[in-house]
Design a protein around this ligand. Structure first.
Ligand SMILES: C=CC1=C(C)c2cc3[nH]c(cc4nc(cc5[nH]c(cc1n2)c(C)c5CCC(=O)O)C(CCC(=O)O)=C4C)c(C)c3C=C
Ligand SMILES: [Fe+2]
Ligand SMILES: [Fe+2]
Length: 353
């Protein structure tokens, strides 16, 4: 039987001009890489602006506003901008005057543009959930360039409401202001995709081969979330554990060689355990001399990987008696990392190009 109602996207033409109207630009597909966000500078003001936007997001801090805002404005935003700014200053990309997260996300977008050259109707761009370039400005730019469809790619392999869902919320908030809003798709979490697991395994093997020691233990350290969020149904922890299990199988390692921990606690409540800093300290005290840490949950290196792991965790390990410490970089814009992004984008564009 011949299908009668199937639309071939290649035959859909831009809307023609009618009397009194400019021709509507249409027919292009926007691919938008979305990362978490980052401050515009390391000084108090830009740090304050970034932290205020981030920590006012009810997906991130679930406390009632009447309780949270006095703490946020009275305590957190009076002290943390200075402390975090000093940490950002240590890892800042001085050549471009921006954080590594922004540099790497832009590089991913540029490389993806090159990789998708065979799809002339596709425009690739990149945005942040918090800070700049804002999600709304990039969505508007794509629409102005003729995109009537947008594929949004929240760059988090493991889903969490605190990251993936809020990136999607923000895009729809931008669409709420448009009369002619584009159709939207969102790339699903890819924590168990073979292309991602293979990329992590080959990146780990490549970096371990450059070391002059063999780690007795390799830690997969993920950003944490408050434990109550997980208890209430956020699937993030299960996604992280799945990634590590699949990576272990791929590498042929046992449960003592590749372990899972959670880092970057914020505030007083309990977060997902085991904690990375406590684990690193305990390993050294238990006589483990050599470790490596990899951060599979971060698509690019940032303050949490370069400073909290590359500096702080290394110091903790050495102070507790450890000898050899290695931090394995994130996939970033490496060939392995770009293979993951390209594969996910091509699959999710199906039917649109
Ligand atoms: C309650 C607070 C936070 C939750 C929940 C949270 C979840 C979460 N975050 C990431 C990824 C990143 N977080 C980064 C920085 C960062 N995270 C928090 C707080 C929470 N994160 C803060 C306050 C900060 C700012 C830095 C600081 O002051 O300590 C970053 C790095 C950004 C950069 O510019 O380098 C990333 C990436 C995930 C994946 C996640 C939940 C799964
Ligand atoms: Fe975070
Ligand atoms: Fe941190």
């Amino acid at each position: 039987m011949t299908p009668t109602n199937v639309v071939d996207p290649k035959t859909v033409k831009p809307v023609a001009a009618t009397a009194g109207h400019a021709p509507a630009k249409a027919g292009k597909v926007g691919v938008m890489l979305v990362n978490l966000g980052t401050p515009d500078g390391t000084e108090f003001k830009p740090m304050w602006r970034y932290l205020r936007e981030f920590l006012s997001d009810p997906r991130v801090i679930e406390l009632n506003k009447a309780i949270w805002y006095p703490i946020l404005y009275g305590l957190v935003l009076t002290t943390r901008p200075k402390k975090s700014g000093a940490n950002y200053a240590r890892i800042w990309n001085r050549e471009k005057n921006e954080s590594p997260l922004r540099t790497y996300t832009r590089a991913q977008s540029e490389k993806l543009t090159g990789a998708l050259r065979d799809l002339p109707n596709v425009i690739v761009d990149w945005a942040m959930r918090y800070g700049n370039p804002s999600t709304s400005s990039v969505a508007e730019r794509l629409v102005a360039q003729g995109c009537d469809r947008i594929l949004s790619f929240p760059l988090y392999p493991q889903y969490s409401a605190t990251t993936t869902a809020t990136a999607n919320d923000q895009l729809f908030r931008a669409l709420m202001k448009m009369r002619a809003a584009p159709a939207v798709r969102s790339v699903p979490p890819y924590y168990a995709e073979p292309v991602y697991i293979e990329a992590l395994a080959s990146s780990i093997e490549r970096h371990l081969a450059t070391l002059d020691f063999e780690p007795e233990v390799v830690i997969t350290s993920y950003h944490g979330i408050p434990k109550p969020y997980s208890d209430k149904g956020d699937p993030y922890r299960a996604h992280c554990l799945d990634t590590t299990r699949l990576l272990r199988e791929k590498l042929g390692w046992d449960e003592n060689k590749l372990i899972t921990t959670f880092q970057s606690r914020f505030g007083a409540q309990e977060w997902l355990q085991p904690y990375t800093d406590k684990t690193v300290e305990k390993l050294a005290k238990d006589g483990i001399r050599s470790i490596a840490i990899v951060n599979p949950g971060f698509s690019v290196d940032c303050i949490e990987t370069l400073d909290e792991i590359g500096r702080e965790a290394a110091e903790t390990f050495h102070h507790a008696g450890g000898e050899n410490f290695a931090h394995i970089p994130c996939l970033n814009d490496s060939p392995e990392g770009m293979a993951v992004i390209e594969a996910m984008v091509r699959r999710e564009l199906s039917g649109w190009v």
